[in-house]
Design a protein around this ligand. Structure first.
Ligand code: B12
Ligand code: SF4
Ligand code: SF4
Length: 365
């Protein structure tokens, strides 16, 4: 349903509330905006999410099992009483291939979304402004960004913001999948946009490129094999058969997006990307052996304003040990031996011993 026409805030054009919100979202710097009905539950996606949990695919991400109903419905006590519309937005973080090639070496082993400053604060600020406008237009509104139990991709797909590709990511036509999603849920009844048909065709590049074979089949990921899960969310030892596939990835992974033709096209074009996504210059001064030996004070400095703190101090040391082992450089042996003998986390000591074994075996060969 279209909200009744009304005079714009400037008073010289008659526009709808939906147009006002769309324009404001674009003015705030979002790259795409879509509108979905919030009062029709996400039944098919909810069923997929339930079987995901039943199969234990959430691994150690216990928080994914909390408040399941909120994932199906955004109204009532779940997110916002009387919710009628979800306004879904996407913010691009993928920079041009030339810009990324100039990033410090260590930054290039960090997933693109996490190389710069933590995106949450910037995104939340913009979403709060959008929610303020929805309130000024007469509705209640609540901004959401990664902090609520919401199936963000499923809502974004319903809102026609893009389509879910075989790599499971939301792909925005003309922009690609290197985007972060956010929403505002509002009681304003705004006309929904039509979903976009999936456009992968016969392509299977993402499935073929995944270094740890994390896709069970097209569209269906087993997070427990995904490098993003293993290096960021998983606490403890990383299963040995998956270590090789981690290669030089220290934090997160972008392979199933790097190979996607929808991103290649968009990375060739010049884009206005928030400076907060540029690689943090601090990565020039940090090495993998530094991460192995990080103490609490050093970790606090490193995580300041950076998303990498989510992996925890010991998690970063574990990841650094595995990357050093995969690189096979004997110059790392001294730092690895120190970590094997003295690190306070047993799984870091074990990862360092594993890496030493790999480097020595390589040297013998
Ligand atoms: C937990 C989580 C993870 C976990 C698990 C991911 C997973 N696939 O379940 C891990 C740590 C592995 C992860 C990895 C990454 N993540 Co993550 N993650 C989340 C989080 C917090 C919840 C996802 C969730 O609920 N998963 C449970 C499953 C069941 O739901 P789902 O993945 O959303 O899938 C639904 C829809 O895709 C839908 N669907 C729609 N159409 C179709 C069609 C078919 C045929 C099928 C089968 C399903 C389907 O079905 C599913 C159930 O509803 C979301 C934020 C959020 N609140 O949604 C971010 C989010 C999905 N992650 C994001 C990002 C950026 C990443 C990484 C790229 C980070 C990185 N570079 O390392 C990788 C990408 C890995 C990948 N190929 O998916 C972005 C994705 C943006 C985008 N363009 O899609 C999100 C939306 C965060 C954000 N606010 O921007 N992530
Ligand atoms: S993020 Fe990396 S490990 Fe995870 S599914 Fe994509 S390619 Fe595989
Ligand atoms: S790489 Fe190919 S199959 Fe995978 S998401 Fe992109 S277009 Fe779809």
């Amino acid at each position: 349903m279209i909200f009744p026409p009304r005079a714009s805030r400037l008073g010289f054009a008659r526009v709808t509330a939906k147009d006002d919100i769309r324009k404001e979202a674009l003015r705030l710097g979002f790259d795409a905006v879509g509108f979905a009905r919030a009062d029709v539950p996400l039944d098919a996606d909810y069923e997929r999410y339930r079987s995901f949990l039943d199969d234990g695919k959430h691994g150690e991400m216990a928080w994914l099992a909390k408040a399941p109903e909120a994932r199906r419905r955004l109204d009532g006590e779940h997110v916002l009483p009387g919710a009628k519309t979800v306004v879904c937005v996407a913010r691009r973080y993928g920079r041009s291939a030339d810009d990324e090639a100039a990033d410090p070496e260590l930054a290039r082993s960090i997933a693109r979304y996490a190389r710069g400053r933590d995106y949450h604060n910037g995104l939340r600020k913009k979403l709060r402004k959008l929610a303020k406008l929805a309130r000024a237009l007469g509705g209640e509104a609540r901004p959401l960004c990664d902090e609520e139990p919401v199936l963000e991709r499923a809502w974004a797909a319903r809102a026609g913001l893009g389509f879910v590709g075989k790599n499971g990511l939301l792909i925005v036509p003309g922009v690609g999948s290197l985007v972060l999603l956010g929403e505002i849920v509002t009681t304003l009844p705004l006309e929904p946009d039509a979903p976009i048909a999936e456009r992968c065709g016969a392509c299977t590049r993402c499935l073929d490129a995944c270094p740890t074979n994390a896709f069970e089949r097209p569209f269906v990921l087993d997070p427990r094999r995904c490098i993003a899960y293993l290096t960021i969310e998983h606490r403890g030892a990383i299963p040995e058969p998956l270590r090789d596939g981690i290669g030089d990835r220290l934090f997160g992974c972008d392979d199933c997006q790097t190979v996607c033709p929808f991103n290649a096209r968009s990375q060739r074009q010049a884009h206005d990307v928030d400076r907060r996504f540029e690689a943090d210059p601090r990565w020039r001064d940090v090495s993998l052996p530094d991460l192995l030996a990080l103490d609490d004070e050093g970790f606090v400095r490193l995580r300041e304003g950076s998303p990498v703190g989510r992996a925890t101090r010991a998690g970063l040391a574990r990841n650094a040990a595995i990357v050093l082992g995969n690189k096979g450089d004997p110059r790392a042996l001294h730092a690895l031996a120190r970590a094997r003998d003295a690190h306070d986390a047993s799984f870091v000591r074990e990862a360092a011993a594993w890496s030493i074994g790999r480097i020595e075996a390589k040297a013998e060969r």
